[in-house]
Design a binder for this molecule. Structure first.
Ligand code: ZN
Length: 462
């Protein structure tokens, strides 16, 4: 049995692991590399394996850095089955289509807003198209529920366990048998914090021979959430009282719904003004919110109770969903009192760029970052105090108040990662992935037993 690594190695994006059990090749995730141009280019290079030879993909969750290269895999000849949970299948469809759309858009020579100042960059072909993505969606086969083992193929069994990270997210235990013997490998996927506000907490299996785990926050502890929430409400109120807007680069999955949840609660608890003007300017986040509303059983009892009382925990008065481009552009004329959420979360693409362009140079406005910002992204540069930032082809001065609120993380912190790891017995080895090198090394120092930190395309025997 062999395990090789094809993404998120000493890095946080591009998750992709290949397991060979006998003759069978099983991929766990096939995510997009995200970040600066360098990482973007990494997406186009050969996978390090033959896509045509892969039999199955097991998908941990629907974030782009875990599912975003699946359409490329299909484009390059993958004809096997993709197995995941039902909510992940529904969410991944959205995420991949949105990604294909952004890539097709970026490949067009002209700026979609038709602005004259934009330098027409030489166009490069998209990594994959909407057609590739439709072909990929057709490869989603069986869905599974938590803790119900599924026979992937003779000799290979997979069990998905709640990872508590986003709706549908799973850690996947793969139990395989071949001529060399049997071995169980647990792939953590991304692990949620114990304090998730509406999802049930992670519930990993009690044992595995090898554990492949993420280490995004392997070197730090999150602040108590209540502090972050107070900071968030204060930042919103401050911008509104200065007569400006609040712009929040938002990951469409989970974070957008989490913000809606807390905006609603803030109004309900009188911690925010009663009449908010909130724009969710992300077709994907709007669709994702509807998927959330279809999977009520995934939520903590308090949230299920709200649904039971006929209250939607992800809605509030004054909330506008803007799907159409024209409605999105109309927000540009709103100069004060608006809370604008749009993607992408790291401000590397999508509608958020237009809202940053219109608001980030105005001192009365606030930009609130509530998610992870990888090195090399516009979000990272703004957080690090850049005086100006390149948006849609021009430099815009940064004069708005910038807030970074980390407590909303959907990732476990160091203490929670350790607790998760410690709950799994019979381990032979821990393989660390999905973390920047420093974070990974710090976390490795906290573990006992054999620890590996593989590099891209490394292969190990199990
Ligand atoms: Zn994730």
């Amino acid at each position: 049995m062999k395990l090789s690594f094809h993404g998120a190695n000493q890095d946080v994006t591009g998750s992709c692991h290949l397991l060979q059990i006998g003759e069978r090749l099983i991929l766990i995730d096939c995510g997009l590399f995200q970040g600066g141009r360098e990482l973007d280019e990494e997406n186009g290079v050969p996978f390090g394996f033959d896509a045509r030879a892969i039999d199955f993909v097991l998908l941990t969750h629907a974030h782009l850095d875990h599912c975003g290269r699946l359409p490329l895999l299909v484009n390059r000849g993958f004809r096997g089955e993709i197995i995941t949970t039902q909510p992940t299948a529904e969410l991944a469809r959205l995420v991949m289509l949105d990604s294909a759309n952004l890539q097709e858009e970026a490949a067009r020579p002209h700026d979609p807003h038709g602005k004259k100042h934009v330098q027409a960059a030489p166009s490069k072909p998209p990594l994959y198209t909407i057609t590739d993505t439709m072909d990929c969606i057709a490869r989603f086969g069986r869905t599974t529920t938590y803790q119900e083992p599924i026979e992937v193929c003779p000799g290979v069994r997979a069990t998905f366990y709640n990872a508590g990270h986003i709706l549908g997210s799973a850690s996947i235990l793969v139990e395989g048998k071949d001529q060399t013997g049997s071995h169980s490998i647990l792939f953590s996927g991304d692990i949620g914090g114990a304090g998730h506000h509406f999802l049930l907490p992670p519930n990993p299996p009690s044992s595995a021979d090898t554990v492949v785990m993420e280490t995004t926050y392997g070197d730090r502890l999150h602040r108590p959430f209540e502090e972050s929430l107070t900071e968030f409400y204060d930042a919103v109120k401050s911008a509104l009282s200065r007569g400006g807007n609040v712009v929040i680069p938002t990951f469409a999955l989970e974070r957008a719904q989490e913000l809606l949840f807390f905006l609603r609660q803030g109004v309900e608890d009188s911690r925010l003004p009663p009449a908010l003007n909130v724009y969710l300017d992300s077709p994907m986040a709007i669709s994702a919110t509807q998927i959330f509303e279809r999977h009520k059983d995934a939520f903590v009892p308090e949230v299920q109770k709200l649904f039971g009382e006929g209250k939607d925990p992800f809605s509030l008065p004054g909330l506008h969903f803007t799907r159409d481009r024209s409605d999105s552009i109309a927000i540009n004329s709103v100069k004060s009192g608006a809370i604008i959420m749009a993607g992408s979360g790291m401000a590397t693409g999508g509608r958020i760029r237009q809202h940053l362009e219109y608001n980030i140079s105005r001192p009365e406005c606030s930009v609130i970052f509530v998610g992870y910002a990888a090195t090399g992204t516009a979000a990272r540069r703004i957080i690090d105090g850049a005086k100006d930032v390149s948006i849609l082809g021009k430099y815009v001065p940064v004069r708005a108040q910038i807030h970074t609120i980390n407590g909303f993380s959907a990732h476990a912190d160091q203490k929670e990662l350790l607790a998760w790891r410690d709950s799994i017995a019979d381990k032979q080895m821990t393989v660390l992935v999905h973390g920047e090198l420093g974070s990974m090394q710090t976390f490795a120092g906290k573990l006992t037993g054999k620890v590996l930190m593989p590099k891209l395309n490394d292969e190990i025997d199990l």
